[in-house]
Design a protein around this ligand. Structure first.
Ligand SMILES: Nc1nc2c(ncn2[C@@H]2O[C@H](COP(=O)(O)OP(=O)(O)O)[C@@H](O)[C@H]2O)c(=O)[nH]1
Ligand SMILES: [Mg+2]
Length: 205
């Protein structure tokens, strides 16, 4: 690949490939506390942009942190990161959304121009993913569901999760740990392939 030097660690800034890369805007969405910010942070090859605000007692009635007791901040606008896929010709711009319904107007802005979405789900409260699935389906975007593995969850059975979420057989469903880059990368590659498969031929790169 004809490109300027890039990082293989995924943690330091890189330049875009010198060849004409294909740019793709993707959303990373799902309920509050499911691991969206962690996911974008794990994958980005540039320093990520976050809009995290400290959670205070005012949020207690509306933001349930019982499943993520270590969570002290919440996204109020966007997480932003960038990832060049290993082949080097596809550059993904990742836009992580807030999880709470009260940020819906922002969410709609973030969806503009996106080609697909990764929806994170937590098996301890699977039904919370329906909100994001509804929004993404209304926006007409292809999506992939990634089940973020938390330590106190029973073994993940993807067949049962697929049935519980009533996923279309063509919708990719995979398991990851939002803190580990390799699994996050697999999730994003699955989404990217799904998006490319669904682009009309005349607009496909
Ligand atoms: N054990 C575990 N904790 C996670 C995982 N992903 C995120 N967390 C933690 O869960 C909390 C919520 O994550 P965050 O990324 O802020 O969720 P968001 O609200 O969806 O952006 C944080 O304290 C993370 O450190 C995971 O895969 N496993
Ligand atoms: Mg967040």
């Amino acid at each position: 690949m004809d490109s300027v030097p890039s990082s293989s660690t995924g943690s330091s800034p890189v330049y875009l490939p010198a060849t004409d890369p294909i740019l793709m805007k993707l959303m990373v969405t799902g309920p509050f506390g499911v691991g969206k910010t962690t996911f974008v942070r794990s994958l980005s090859e540039i320093p990520t942009l976050h809009t995290e605000e400290t959670m205070t007692a005012h949020g207690v009635p509306v933001d349930d942190i019982s499943r993520t007791p270590g969570k002290t901040a919440t996204t109020v606008a966007v997480d932003f990161g960038r990832l060049t896929l290993p082949a080097g010709d596809l550059v993904l711009y990742l836009f992580g959304t807030p999880g709470q319904r009260r940020f819906l107007p922002l969410w709609e802005d973030l969806a503009r121009g996106a080609l697909g979405a990764l929806i994170l789900a937590d098996t301890r409260r699977l039904a919370d993913a329906f909100d994001a699935m509804d929004l993404i389906e209304e926006a007409g975007l292809p999506y992939t569901v990634a089940v973020n593995r938390f330590p106190d969850t029973p073994p993940i059975e993807l067949d049962k999760i697929r049935a519980a979420l009533d996923l279309d057989p063509a919708t990719p469903l995979i398991e990851c740990d939002a803190r580990e880059r390799a699994g996050c990368l697999d999730a994003l590659i699955a989404l990217t392939e799904h998006v490319l498969d669904r682009l009309p031929q005349e607009t496909a790169p």
